[in-house]
Design a binder for this molecule. Structure first.
Ligand code: ADP
Ligand code: MG
Length: 715
């Protein structure tokens, strides 16, 4: 092994390098030893295995020997049997000899016959002898047959024993062959095992020898390095002493450095905090400016804005005969809408018109600045107005896969307040209320049939509150959905037919956004009222009686009151008739002061709904065109509308057309000369060039309207 030692400038480093090389050599030596011991271990294992195999073979040999002994015993038995058989054979031979003798005797009958005759004639003694001889002959014959029988049996036995002895001999031969084969195999195996054992031992020995040699060489190298290391160790000790001295001085140096750093940090902190103060001041100024700008933007758009949304013709409606689309739009002006009524084309101008294909998102984009102004502490009202089936609920609530303003507003509030963290901490609470027949129902309470009251705060602030109204704090979309579900459930349980009922009542979602700035201690509170109004359609006198008549009266009353209030607010009347309906009374805080209101007028495009569409659009236009700036006449009119009933609304105008909640249509010509506030200036001036094309259109639109076929209608 070679160790490369670079030229070190520092003796300490040099000695370190030498030390390092020795250590690495030692390390290599150890690893070689380890490797060797592993090899020896492996060899030992192999040897043990081989021994085991030998023992196994020996065991098998012993078993085979035992078998051989057993078989030898069998052979001995068989030999004994063979001897017995041979003995029997001799006996048989003897018997055969006897038989032959007998047969030879039998071959002499003629002599006997001859003698017999002679004896027969000659004497009784001979006869007796003959009889005896015959009896003897008979006995001999019987004996002969018995002997023959015996002979046959013995012959059979002999055959059998010969056969079995030949079989046994064959078996013996087979066993002997097997034994010889097994013995040969065993010997061959023993031989190969012996050879293998010798070879393995030889190999291990050779390897161990070479490895030992290498280890010896390494050891010699290590020894050499150790010798060179000693001077390095000496320099190391010297360096260590030097370092020790330096370390002793270190606390003093450290303390000095810390003091200097502390001074610098304090200085920097001072600078940063003054910069921070400056930034905070600027931030506050910017925030105020942003709030003002936002407010100004909303104000420029008008504190009371009137938009219109035309719903598309639904799938089920396309077949009917009266379902021609009666509404058209101006491709150059998104604030104008044309309605074809009895062959005449009526023109309506609002702040913005959403055509049938407008998406929920596009509609929401138009209202989102109002929603966010809530965070700055403004009160906001968004109303959906229109006849039943014109799409009010679709615009406010939407459908689960495409939610409307209600859910989108809450989502926007969540994201807007989270952006303002951590300086601002906001709490968003929601309530749901229904106004049916001028009674207030708490839709999130335990008992939806319980009626609520509106009361003045006892603290003398002039604020209103609803005792017992349930409020839920919401922090996520899941919370909103839970609240909406509860509201819907409670609304449904309180009536028999929800669809019909919902078109006869106002549904309010009241969102309160309360903020607290922990760094400035500043607090804000804004309220967002999202109102799905009852259907604005007129009911004929003949078709309404009893409860239906009362419902119609209540709806008419509240919608008229809403129109009156908006009118009075836009006209800046000193008296605003909030108390004329539960709806306006409940929303008093959110309609007055610097609150913002948006009226979304929903229109159906169907021919069968044209007259209701005309009424809704006239209402919208009248709300929008109300003149700003209190004039004595308008104030008088407003006052009269609040004290006495408005001639067109407060009494149920059942048969008379149309629902005209705002009784103050003042001509635009006069509005141009009066002091226009910026709330209405923008939309008017924006379209002046367009409207100047037809002066009569302007005059028509702003002239007082009394009925369905008012002066708005154009051919
Ligand atoms: P309202 O609440 O005014 O009685 P709805 O919101 O219930 O009316 O709408 C009546 C039907 O028209 C519903 O089936 C609704 O899904 C459908 N609809 C309303 N507006 C739209 C729209 N913009 N796009 C698609 N379908 C609409
Ligand atoms: Mg509805």
């Amino acid at each position: 092994m070679t160790i490369l030692i670079l030229e070190w400038s520092n003796p300490l480093n040099k000695s370190c390098a030498i030390h390092f090389s020795c250590v690495s050599q030692l390390f290599i030596f150890c690893s070689v030893m380890l490797h060797l011991s592993q090899d020896v271990e492996a060899l030992r294992g192999e040897l043990c295995r081989k021994d085991e195999e030998c023992r196994e073979q020996e065991r098998r040999l012993a078993a085979l020997e035992q078998q051989v002994q057993e078989r030898t015993g069998v052979i001995v038995q068989l030999q004994q049997q063979l001897e017995e058989a041979a003995q029997r054979r001799q006996e048989l031979q003897l018997l055969r000899d006897g038989e032959e003798t007998l047969s030879r005797q039998a071959a002499l009958p003629l002599q006997v016959k001859y003698v017999t005759k002679t004896v027969e004639v000659e004497s009784a003694q001979s006869k007796q002898a003959l009889i005896e001889a015959q009896a003897h002959n008979q006995a001999l014959q019987e004996q002969l047959s018995v002997q023959r029988q015996l002979l046959r049996e013995l012959e059979q036995q002999l055959h059998e024993s010969q056969r079995s002895s030949s079989q046994l001999r064959q078996q013996i031969l087979v066993y002997e062959g097997e034994m010889e084969r097994a013995q040969g195999q065993l010997e061959a195996e023993m031989q190969s095992l012996e050879e293998e054992k010798n070879r393995v031992i030889e190999e291990a020995f050779i390897r161990a020898e070479s490895e030992m040699k290498a280890v010896h060489e390494n050891l010699a190298g290590v020894r050499m390095n150790l010798l060179t290391l000693q001077p390095a160790l000496r320099t190391l000790t010297c360096d260590y002493n030097c370092l020790k001295r330096q370390v002793q001085d270190f606390p003093y140096m450290l303390e000095k450095a810390i003091t200097e750093a502390k001074q610098e940090i304090c200085q920097v902190i001072g600078e940063v905090s003054s910069a921070n103060q400056e930034l905070l001041r600027k931030y506050k100024r910017e925030m105020n400016l942003r709030k003002k700008c936002h407010n100004e933007l909303v104000r420029l758009k008008g504190n009371i804005r009137v938009l219109c949304r035309v719903r598309p013709v639904c799938a089920g409606e396309t077949d009917a005969a009266d379902t021609k689309n009666k509404v058209t739009f101006d491709p150059d002006d998104d604030a104008v809408l044309y309605l074809s009524n009895k062959g005449k084309l009526m023109t309506f101008e609002l702040d913005k018109v959403f055509p049938t294909q407008a998406t929920q998102e596009e509609v929401f984009q138009e209202v989102q600045s109002l929603v966010t102004s809530c965070i700055d502490g403004f009160n906001v009202c968004i109303f959906a107005y229109g006849q039943t089936g014109s799409g009010k609920t679709y615009t406010m609530e939407g459908v689960p896969e495409d939610p409307g303003i209600n859910q989108r507003a809450l989502r926007l509030l969540f994201s807007a307040v989270s952006e303002k963290k951590p300086d601002w901490d906001y709490k968003i609470t929601v309530s749901m209320v229904e106004i049916y027949n001028e009674t207030l129902r708490n839709l999130l309470g335990d008992n939806p049939n319980e009626k609520l009251d509106i009361k003045m705060c006892p603290d003398g602030s002039g604020q209103l509150y609803v005792p017992g109204l349930t409020e839920f704090t919401v922090e996520s979309v899941e919370d909103i959905n839970k609240v909406f579900d509860l509201g819907h459930m409670n609304r449904a349980t309180a009536c028999t037919n929800l669809n019909e009922h919902s078109s006869r009542s106002h549904a309010l979602l009241i969102v309160t956004v309360a903020g607290f700035n922990s760094s400035t201690g500043h607090r804000t509170s804004g309220k967002l009222n999202l109102v799905d109004l009852a259907g604005s359609e007129r009911i004929t006198k003949s078709g309404a009686e009893g409860s239906r008549l009362r419902e119609a009266q209540c709806i008419n009353k509240s919608l008229s009151a809403l129109g009156d209030v908006i009118n009075a607010l836009r006209s800046k009347h000193s008296h605003v008739p909030f108390r004329n309906s539960r709806l306006t009374y409940l929303l008093q805080d959110s309609l007055s002061g610097d609150s913002k209101t948006l009226m979304m007028v929903q229109v159906s495009p169907l021919e069968s709904n044209v007259s209701e569409s005309v009424c809704s659009l006239k209402f919208a236009q009248r709300v929008r065109s109300v003149e700003i700036g209190p004039s004595s006449s308008s104030r008088r009119q407003a006052e009269s509308s609040s004290t006495s009933s408005s001639p067109t609304h407060d009494g149920v105008e059942l048969d008379s057309p149309p629902v005209t909640p705002v009784p103050l249509p003042i001509s635009r010509a006069s509005s141009a000369s009066s002091a226009l506030s910026s709330t209405s200036k923008t939309p008017t001036t924006r379209r002046r060039s367009h409207s100047q094309l037809s002066t009569d259109r302007q005059v028509d639109r702003s002239s007082p309207l009394v009925g369905d076929g008012g002066q708005d209608e154009r051919s």
